[in-house]
Design a protein around this ligand. Sequence first.
Ligand SMILES: [Zn+2]
Length: 73
Amino acid sequence: MAKGTPSFGKHQEKTHTRCRRCGRHSYHETKGVCAACGYGKLRKMRTYGWQTGKMSGKRKSTPTQRAMAKKFR
Ligand SMILES: [Zn+2]
């Protein structure tokens, strides 16, 4: 079977529909679970830290020599 455009003609059964909670087209009809927000499985929203993007200064690191010099002056 070809994997490209010709086989996409067989993709007629719909798995995901519009989610009631997040509005994304990620709600699995037969599973009853949203892949994007976890609706149907989780009471809270499905979120991960890596979704927010930047680390936004949360990364811990040892202070630089310059920062240390400032501290103990
Ligand atoms: Zn959802």
